[in-house]
Design a protein around this ligand. Structure first.
Ligand SMILES: Nc1ncnc2c1ncn2[C@@H]1O[C@H](COP(=O)(O)OP(=O)(O)OP(=O)(O)O)[C@@H](O)[C@H]1O
Ligand SMILES: [Mg+2]
Length: 340
C-alpha cells in the first residue's frame, strides 16, 4: 500500500500525514478525481516541495488541507492527520482555529488575497486578533517585528499604506508576514514566487528558508519549477495528473530521477549550455480529469510505454524514502540499497 511505502502509518514524529487522499470535481452529477489516492507526510522542520505541470492537482491538494476547496470540489476519500488530529470532518469553527494559527497559506497573487480597502498594518494584525490577542501594544509590537523580519522597510510608515501603494514583491512580503505572524507549525506556499521577477524570487526563497529555520515552521512549497524546488526543499513530491508518481530527497530525485516524467521535468530546466532550446521537452499535455484511464496517466506521453502501462497504475517501489510508481523504472533498490 502507498501509505506503508511512504512510512506514513504510525510515525510519532510526523507533523502532517496525508493518506490515500482523493479530491473529486463534480461535472454533470459525476465526481471525477482531480487528486487520486495520494499519500505523503511532512515531518517537523521539513521543507517539502510538490512539483508538476499546470492542472495536475497541486493547488487542490493544498486547499484540501485547510478545508478551502471551491464549490463543486470535494475530498472524496482518505485522511489528513495534522499534529495528531484528523482535519477531515472537523467543523468550520475547529478548522478556523487551525487556519492562520497552526497552518497558514500564501498564494501566487497577493492582490487577490489582500483586502484593497484595509491598511497593511490592520491586515497583518487580523490573524492575531482572530486567534485571541487583545493587548493593542503587544499586537502592534508583533506586527512591527514580523514586518521587519520579512524585510518590509520602515514598518511604521508601511502599516498605514494600502496594498495598491506597494510593489508586487512587497505585497508578497506582506502576505508572508500575515501568514507567519502567528508562528504556524505549517506554511503552505502555493507558487508564491511565480508572478515575481527573478531577483525578488530569490529574496522570497531566502525568506522561506528563514521562516523554516528561525520560526521552526515546516513548509509545503508548491511550484511547477523544479529548479526552485531544488534550491529550497529537503524532499520533493512529483505529481502528474492527480497522482504522485515519484518522491524522494531532492538529492536522490535530482541525481537519479526514476520516472520518465521526472526525467522530462529535470531535462526541461534551463541551463547555460542549452541556450535556445525549448524549455519543456515532454511532448503532449496533461490529460483532463475526464480523459483519465485506469493505467498510468503518463503512458500516452511516455516514449517507453508498453501495453501493461495502459492497463494498470503500477504499485510503488521504494528504497530509503525514494519511491516511484512506474512499471519500467529502474528499481530504487539498485541505486540506494544493497540487493540481497
Ligand atoms: N474550482 C474548480 N472547478 C472545477 N475544476 C477545477 C477547479 N479548480 C481546479 N479544477 C481542475 O482540477 C484540476 C487540478 O487543478 P489544480 O488547480 O489543483 O492544478 P495545479 O496543479 O495547481 O495547476 P497550476 O500549476 O496551474 O496552478 C485541473 O484539471 C483543474 O482544471
Ligand atoms: Mg495551482
Amino acid at each position: 500500500m502507498r501509505g506503508e511505502a511512504l512510512g506514513v502509518a504510525g510515525e510519532g514524529e510526523m507533523l502532517l500525514g496525508v493518506q490515500h487522499l482523493s479530491v473529486g470535481i463534480k461535472r454533470r452529477g459525476t465526481y471525477y478525481a482531480a487528486v487520486d489516492d495520494i499519500s505523503f507526510k511532512i515531518n517537523p522542520g521539513e521543507i517539502v516541495g510538490i512539483v508538476g505541470e499546470s492542472g495536475c492537482g497541486k493547488s487542490l491538494t493544498a486547499l484540501s488541507m485547510l478545508g478551502l476547496l471551491p464549490e463543486g470540489v470535494q475530498v472524496r476519500g482518505g485522511t489528513i492527520l495534522f499534529d495528531g488530529a484528523e482535519l477531515r470532518g472537523m467543523s468550520p469553527q475547529e478548522l478556523c482555529r487551525i487556519r492562520g494559527n497552526e497552518i497558514s497559506m500564501v498564494f501566487q497573487e497577493p492582490m487577490t488575497s489582500l483586502n484593497p480597502l484595509i491598511k497593511i498594518g490592520r491586515q497583518i494584525a487580523e490573524p492575531l486578533e482572530l486567534h485571541g490577542w487583545k493587548n493593542k501594544q503587544r499586537i502592534y509590537d508583533a506586527v512591527r517585528a514580523i514586518m521587519g523580519k520579512v524585510g518590509l522597510p520602515e514598518p511604521e510608515a508601511l502599516m498605514a499604506a494600502y496594498p495598491h501603494q506597494l510593489s508586487g514583491g512587497m505585497r508578497q512580503r506582506v502576505m508572508i508576514a500575515l501568514a507567519v505572524v502567528c508562528k504556524p507549525k505549517l506554511l503552505i506556499a502555493d507558487e508564491p514566487t511565480t508572478a515575481l521577477d527573478v531577483t525578488i524570487q530569490a529574496q522570497i526563497l531566502h525568506l522561506m528558508k528563514w521562516i523554516n529555520q528561525d520560526l521552526g515552521t515546516s513548509i509545503l512549497f508548491i511550484s511547477h519549477d523544479l529548479a526552485v524546488i531544488s534550491r529550497l526543499c529537503d524532499r520533493v513530491l512529483v505529481m502528474y495528473a492527480g497522482k504522485l508518481v515519484e518522491e524522494g530527497t531532492v538529492q536522490a530525485v535530482f541525481q537519479h530521477p526514476l520516472h520518465e516524467y521526472t526525467k522530462g521535468l529535470i531535462g526541461s530546466i534551463p541551463n547555460k549550455g542549452q541556450k535556445g532550446t525549448p524549455l519543456v521537452n515532454i511532448p503532449g499535455k496533461v490529460p483532463s480529469i475526464q480523459e483519465k484511464s485506469s493505467g498510468c496517466p503518463f503512458a500516452p506521453r511516455c516514449f517507453r510505454a508498453e501495453p501493461r502501462c495502459f492497463a494498470a497504475f503500477p504499485a510503488p517501489r521504494s528504497c530509503n524514502d525514494h519511491w516511484v510508481c512506474c512499471a519500467l523504472a529502474d528499481h530504487p533498490v539498485r541505486l540506494h540499497c544493497k540487493e540481497s
